[in-house]
Design a protein around this ligand. Structure first.
Ligand SMILES: [Zn+2]
Length: 516
């Protein structure tokens, strides 16, 4: 052994270690730490550690929208004071590239450390928000990824304000690491909001051994045991309808008074407070919770082919939001009735209200359901406002009405042996489970018609044209009558039971309305 040889050996070893270290870091998770030094200014602070990209520069990006909320949001404009350094602590130059990207001059760097502020202004389920009492993190607005590297794992550590006790999220937590969570890829990270604060957790329940939690901020005063008992019945009925529970745990994240809800794979964020139970009514709130919960099947897993992988830059336009949103609305009363939470009259009134909403708006003569689905990106989910309001419709209103017609037609054609439930189960099994993808419009039609055993041209004309639905015919299949003429002028459509329905009509009504 001589000195020269020894030195050379050490150099080789050092080089080897450097490369091996870089590879190990590249394989490890991208680490984020979220702190809240300026809650009064509604500003989060994020620190991020990631491997540098392959070339001379690394492009960091944020999504421009939140799947489930079909509007471009410009989250990147809330990023402030971005600083990026290499592993030696030297600051690297960056330039804004595109609406939602930042290109960092990272030549020669192995690791990058980025820090930035996220300014928040709006309490809403699709936007992050921080004040001195709670923090809500919409990951699409908070966590950058390297362009084209969405498949990387990540680890998020939250530094709550002093005195805050809990984080509510659908992400898996890391044992022995306080407030630390992991996601196998950025699609799951972006699908998993986090609520931080002094939160209240209601008594959890299990369905088929799977835990369901309800955690919220400022829940208010109401019958919490009854709420959880009712939600448990909803989860039991929805999951037995579909025949599968595809997650390991589920979290209802309740963020206090506000607007709306957004569905996720194993969680949902809902605006909720005990006071809303008074204004919205108990069953109004339960219907809303049923809607967001059923979405974990219908839209997160049973989905139009365009809704995943997502185009986080431009949005993912589809003609089939009438399925994803409309049929989810349709299943609200079906599941609640099956759970024993809705009576027959309330069930019929639900459809009377939906038909009235559709038929008393002039937009029905101008826009089809397919158009309303695709154009929501510019119209807004509830149709246009202002002068154009009379030219558009809402798939939240016409979607469930058409869903009802499909369900009754399938029951009629199959002598009540099959229903829209079979369509939902078949879409879930054939596309989500077996093919791991969404369905095209042609595949949806083929699935519905194969369950019905019949061509359903007329019903599809209610999707792709503005033809007025033949309510009398389809409701008649369930032994119901509807007054579509005289009542029209009074803005309501009476639905009543026929005086003497035949045996099949009676059977269809019982099955459809989950009656005794
Ligand atoms: Zn929805």
């Amino acid at each position: 052994m001589n000195f020269k040889k020894k030195r050379r050996g050490l150099c080789l070893l050092a080089a080897h270690c450097l490369v091996a270290g870089a590879i190990a870091q590249k394989a490890g998770p991208i680490k984020f730490t979220v702190s809240m030094p300026e809650p009064a200014n509604h500003t989060f602070h994020v620190a991020m550690d990631l491997p540098a990209g392959e070339g001379d520069s690394t492009r960091l990006k944020l999504p421009d929208w939140q799947p489930g909320y079909y509007q471009l949001m410009d989250y990147a404009s809330s990023i402030d004071k971005l600083v990026v350094k290499n592993e030696n602590g030297n600051a690297l130059r960056w330039v804004k590239s595109g609406k939602n990207g930042w290109t960092v001059a990272a030549k020669g760097a192995h690791m990058l450390h980025a820090e930035y502020d996220v300014k928040t202004t709006r309490k809403f389920v699709a936007t992050s928000y921080l004040d001195e009492e709670h923090g809500y993190i919409t990951p699409v607005s908070m966590f950058m990824h390297e362009a084209g590297k969405l498949q990387r794992p990540s680890e998020v550590t939250i530094k709550p304000l002093h005195g805050w006790n809990r984080v509510a999220t659908g992400l898996d937590s890391v044992p022995d690491k306080a407030f630390t969570y992991v996601a196998p890829d950025f699609d799951l990270l972006y699908d998993s909001p986090l609520l931080v604060g002094n939160l209240e957790e209601l008594p959890a329940f299990e369905v088929k051994g799977i835990p369901h939690r309800f955690i919220g901020y400022k829940l208010g005063d109401f019958d919490k045991v009854k709420l959880m008992s009712d939600i448990q019945r909803i989860v039991e009925k929805a999951s037995s309808l579909m025949g599968d529970i595809p997650y390991k745990h589920y979290t209802f994240i309740a963020i206090g008074p506000g607007q709306g809800g957004i569905e996720h794979l194993n969680s949902t964020t809902i605006s909720f407070s005990g006071d809303q139970l008074n204004t919205r009514g108990w069953n109004g709130m339960l219907g809303f919770i049923t809607h967001e919960y059923f979405h974990h099947y219908n839209v997160k897993r049973i989905r139009p082919i365009e809704l995943g992988p997502f185009n986080y830059d431009k949005g993912s336009k589809t003609n089939m939001l009438w399925v994803s949103e409309g049929l989810t609305v349709y299943y609200e009363p079906l599941i609640m009735r099956a759970a024993g939470l809705m009576g027959e009259q309330e069930f019929l009134d639900f459809f009377k209200k939906q038909i009235t909403n559709v038929e008393t708006k002039p937009g029905r003569l101008f826009q089809t359901l397919a158009q309303a689905s695709a154009e929501t990106w510019s119209d807004g989910p509830f149709g246009r406002t202002g002068d154009a309001v009379n030219k558009t419709i809402s798939y939240y209103q016409k979607g469930p009405v058409v869903g009802m017609l499909f369900d009754l037609a399938i029951r009629h054609e199959t002598k009540n042996k099959r229903s829209l439930d079979d369509v939902m189960r078949k879409l879930y099994q054939d596309f989500y489970i077996k093919k791991g993808r969404g369905f095209t419009e042609e595949e949806l039609r083929a699935t519905i018609e194969s369950v019905a055993g019949k061509n359903l041209d007329e019903l599809f004309s209610y999707i792709y044209t503005t033809a007025e639905p033949d309510y009398r015919k389809y409701l008649g299949y369930a032994g119901l009558e509807i007054d579509v003429t005289t009542e029209k002028h009074f803005g309501t459509f009476a639905i009543t039971k026929k005086a003497s329905p035949n045996a099949l009509e009676l059977e269809i009504f019982k099955g459809w309305s989950r009656g005794e």
